[in-house]
Design a protein around this ligand. Structure first.
Ligand SMILES: [Zn+2]
Length: 60
């Protein structure tokens, strides 16, 4: 995997707060919260998902 400045974050459903997706953001280019409409299996519909907590890797 290439090393970069990208950070892995969870995308959480705005309705139920479930962390359904993971995505990569570049903190230099994205300052605010990332928001995108995705399918939530719990809500059983498309809901806006917002970027939340960082995914920390235990390796190294
Ligand atoms: Zn949901």
């Amino acid at each position: 995997m290439p090393r970069g400045k990208n950070t892995n974050v969870y995308l959480s459903c705005k309705d139920c707060k479930m962390q359904n997706y993971k995505t990569r953001i570049n903190k230099k280019t994205i300052t605010g919260k990332l928001e995108s409409k995705k399918y939530c299996g719990k809500c059983n519909k498309h809901v806006a998902h917002v970027s939340g907590s960082e995914i920390k890797h235990s390796s190294s």
